[in-house]
Design a protein around this ligand. Structure first.
Ligand code: CGF
Length: 834
């Protein structure tokens, strides 16, 4: 070819570089081409030699391509418009599997199914290959995942910030009925949904000391001279909205050693020491702390908290704001939502950045900070409110401790001014506790700094104001508000329960998935016999589906003629798995004592799913007991198979998506005043299970909406609980008074579930009889009565189905879209930005 005919190598023009990338064609052919290309060029294999994992990886990356243009476009518009957005700070995101959600968001499911079929691949096999990122413990982490889903679907700008733990929540196995924890190696087979950006790493400092100096402008300033540092490397994840063309970002941080740090040690010739330093740095994001609701106060935990919050604040200032941005406008650009106290160290961090680094005046910086943070409290248990010893905080973050002291000093001056001479109040409200050791009360710091403080259900928010932070409520009128939790209907109805979703759409048309209150239109169908029949067919279908899963993973099954009675949640004394167990033992005792014939008992399969924190001894003993009871009940011929107890190990989001749609009865039986909200309760009701529950958390609102007749209420009310505590609670008196309770406890104590061994469950029995902090024995009688009503009601199939349909129809309120609207209206003021 002559020089003239040779194609010229032209650089892309500016316009081209800026043009959004195109998506692959949304056709079966287009998909297959793209998928095979990924398989060949991405995985380096031919279809004929590819493994299921290769195919899964290729599929995930192909689906990513379909989201990419929307993602880049979202980022571009966000930067351009600088519209106010949410920076959701959460140490946990319990995401669940990503593939199904991405397919749903892009509307590609059918095309992919058909395309894969042409390649001889079953989509279901590839779905099953995905290991869910278990980067959370329970409700709090799952809530964060629901919220970012809703914000993307509602077109609200949001970046989720968190930690990319190398090991998420442990994998639970049972050995002789006891919980054994295994590491959760979720990254081993590849992580196709993440995008690492080492070039955008942030340096995070720790330790050292502070210095005070006079600046060139004559102002007294402070600076932090850190002792050691690590690098925070961001990993981006797509957060696609539901079929709306928007993709928000979740940015999770991984810790690695800084090059400089390494180099210095390498140069000194100490190779071993250098490797140790590397490991030390990487430890920060190594593992999720498996404590739910009871923080352990470990140093590494504080390192994690500061690590991700400091990285996130620096990231936001560096990448999401234009150069020379006037930080006085920050409150118009971002609101940092503190998901519990875990990220509260972000408050002194923002102050440090503004005052020490950006040289802003303290008062100005404080005014900005107070508008930029809002705090969600998720608990009522005093032991769950995080407190950091001053010694530890000062050693790890000396400058932050100084800042906290100053915030506290100024705050207490205000308190003293308002309440002169009220020293008790001042010590009650101090951010620094003096006993049993000097420590920073993170919830107080968050309350003082936050523009708003919210609880997570009506009752919880009320108790928060009345019992946990009453002084603060008085001091800051209007600061406290409630936002009742919610769950995303995309994952927990559409993806988890396609059969029900289809039935709903057949009845009321499309649109309900993004406007869940429309489920109300189902109400008239509750009285439609044919609809009820179809509704029951959906449940039966979901039970069969669950069976296939259980058979495959554990070799167990649910009898599909049984009522499915489910209690899935973290193992915690306040949630009262023991109360559920006492009910099962009572049913068993009724049969073996001859009180009722097995044939006259409503056949039930009980499913438990629960992880116990590895150091929580009594919780682990309870797990052991559940398994003990299960193995005896399941194999006793006198029971005639009418009762069955299943405890599939390693309950997680993936299993929840199969268990919840199959359930008939949802157990929400915490002691009144102890469960902040619960979100499992919402998922069950939306999937047509009836609730047996106490007047606690969001149960209160569920019951109000579905109406009393369609909810099995039992137990003490919160004021009665308080009253009973005050009068002196004696659990053994209930044991003495109630014959069937006595028999149930005696059966356990005498070894009926431990081959006659009376020691095996002595800790649980002793705890119930002599301590019973959460009053299981006090609520036993009322619980059994309610369970008897459940059994009778279940026998009336038509009544039960009607009530189940009404539960679905009336629970649209519990969409996390509604929660987000409430946050937006009352706290964030971040309207949609397209
Ligand atoms: O947060 C919880 C859950 N354990 O993660 N709290 N914390 N911490 C509460 O106990 C639940 O009641 C609540 O639903 C959940 C999310 O707000």
């Amino acid at each position: 070819a002559t020089a003239e005919s040779r194609p010229t190598k032209r650089k892309p023009t500016h316009a081209l570089a800026l043009a959004p990338v195109g998506s692959p064609p949304s056709s079966v052919d287009g998909f297959v081409k793209e998928f095979l290309r990924e398989l060949n060029f991405g995985q380096g294999v031919a279809l004929s030699t590819s493994t299921v994992n290769d195919q899964y990886m290729a599929l995930a990356k192909t689906v990513r391509h379909y989201l990419m243009a929307r993602w880049l476009e979202t980022l571009r518009r966000q930067f351009q418009s600088q519209a106010k957005g949410v920076a959701y700070l959460s140490a946990e995101y319990l995401l669940g599997r990503q593939l199904g959600n991405a397919l749903l968001a892009t509307g590609l499911t059918e095309i992919v199914e058909e395309g894969l079929d042409q390649c001889g691949i079953d989509l279901a096999d590839l779905r099953a290959q995905e290991v869910e990122p278990g980067l959370g413990n329970g409700g709090l982490g799952r809530l964060a995942a629901c919220f970012i889903d809703s914000l993307a679907t509602m077109n609200v700008p949001c970046v989720g910030y968190g930690i990319r733990y190398q090991y998420g929540i442990f994998r639970q196995t049972f050995v002789d009925g006891r919980q054994v924890e295994q590491p959760d190696s979720w990254l081993t087979l590849g992580a196709p949904w993440e995008f690492p950006h080492p070039e955008a790493a942030q340096t995070i400092n720790f330790g050292g000391h502070t210095e005070h100096y006079t600046d060139t402008d004559g102002v007294e300033r402070s600076r932090w001279v850190p002792g050691w540092k690590v690098k925070a490397v961001p990993y981006n994840y797509m957060v696609p909205g539901y079929q709306n063309g928007r993709v928000n970002t979740l940015r999770l941080w991984r810790s690695v050693a800084t090059d400089a740090f390494d180099l210095r040690i390498f140069n000194s010739g100490d190779y071993e020491e250098a490797v140790r330093a590397q490991t030390y740095a990487e430890n920060i994001s190594k593992v999720l702390y498996p404590e739910d609701s009871t923080p352990q106060g470990k140093e590494l935990r504080l390192q994690q908290q500061y690590f991700f919050v400091a990285a996130s604040i620096a990231d936001l200032l560096r990448y999401l704001l234009p150069k020379d941005y006037d930080l006085h406008n920050l409150p118009n650009r971002v609101i940092f939502q503190l998901n519990d106290t875990h990220p509260v160290i972000g408050v002194p961090e923002l102050m440090r950045v503004l005052v020490d680094e950006k040289k802003m005046d303290w008062d100005e910086a404080w005014a900005i900070t107070q508008q930029c943070f809002a705090y969600t409290c998720h608990t009522l248990l005093p032991e769950a409110l995080e407190v950091w010893p001053v010694e530890l905080l000062g050693r790890l973050l000396p400058r932050h401790l100084e800042i906290i002291y100053r915030i506290n000093e100024e705050f207490l001056e205000q308190v003293a001014e308002r309440f002169p001479g009220d020293h008790l109040r001042i010590s009650r409200m101090s951010i620094i506790a003096e006993f049993p050791e000097r420590a920073v009360r993170m919830a107080y710091l968050a309350t003082v700094a936050g523009a708003k403080v919210n609880g997570v259900a009506e009752l919880h928010s009320q108790l928060l104001r009345d019992k946990v932070l009453p002084d603060f409520d008085e001091f800051y009128p209007g600061k406290f508000t409630n936002v009742t939790n919610g769950v995303t209907p995309r994952r927990f109805v559409k993806l988890a329960n396609p059969a029900l979703s289809e039935l709903i759409t057949d009845a009321i048309g499309v649109g309900w998935l993004t406007d869940l209150e429309r489920l109300r239109e189902l109400e008239p169908y509750a009285t439609d016999e044919e609809f009820r029949e179809r509704f029951r067919e959906v449940k039966a279908h979901n039970k069969r589906r669950l069976n296939r899963v259980l058979e495959q993973r554990d070799g167990t099954s649910v009898d599909d003629t049984h009522m499915l009675d489910v209690m899935v949640k973290r193992l915690h004394e306040y949630k009262r798995q023991t109360l559920k167990l006492l009910h099962i033992v009572t049913e068993y005792d009724r049969i073996i004592s001859g009180e009722v014939a097995a044939a006259d008992i409503t056949p039930r399969t009980f499913i438990f799913g629960a992880k116990a924190a590895p150091g929580y001894k009594i919780a682990k003993d309870i797990i052991h007991l559940i398994n003990g009871v299960g193995s005896v009940v399941n194999s006793d011929p006198r029971v005639e198979g009418r009762l069955k107890v299943l405890f599939p190990p390693n309950y997680n989001v993936t299993l929840a998506e199969k268990v919840i749609p199959a359930a008939d009865l949802s157990e929400q039986i915490s002691l009144a005043g102890k469960e902040a909200s619960g979100t499992g309760n919402m998922k069950f009701a939306l999937n047509g299970a009836l609730t047996i529950g106490t007047d606690d958390g969001a149960n209160v609102e569920i019951r109000r909406l579905v109406k009393d007749d369609n909810f099995f209420l039992f137990g003490l009310l919160e004021p009665e609980v308080e009253d009973l505590y005050a009068r002196g609670y004696v659990p053994s008196s209930y044991y003495e008074k109630n014959e069937s309770l006595k028999r149930a406890i005696d059966l356990i104590a005498e070894g009926a579930f431990s081959n006659g061994d009376r020691d095996m469950y002595a800790s649980v029995v002793g705890n119930l009889l002599h301590e019973d902090r959460f009053m299981a024995l006090a609520d036993y009688e009322s619980y059994i009565e309610a369970q008897d009503k459940v059994a009778a009601a279940y026998a009336d199939t038509e009544w039960w189905t009607r009530a189940a349909i009404l539960n679905v129809a009336r629970c649209g309120f519990f969409s996390s879209d509604r929660s987000m609207r409430d946050y937006i209206d009352r706290i964030w003021h971040t309207p949609p930005a397209y």
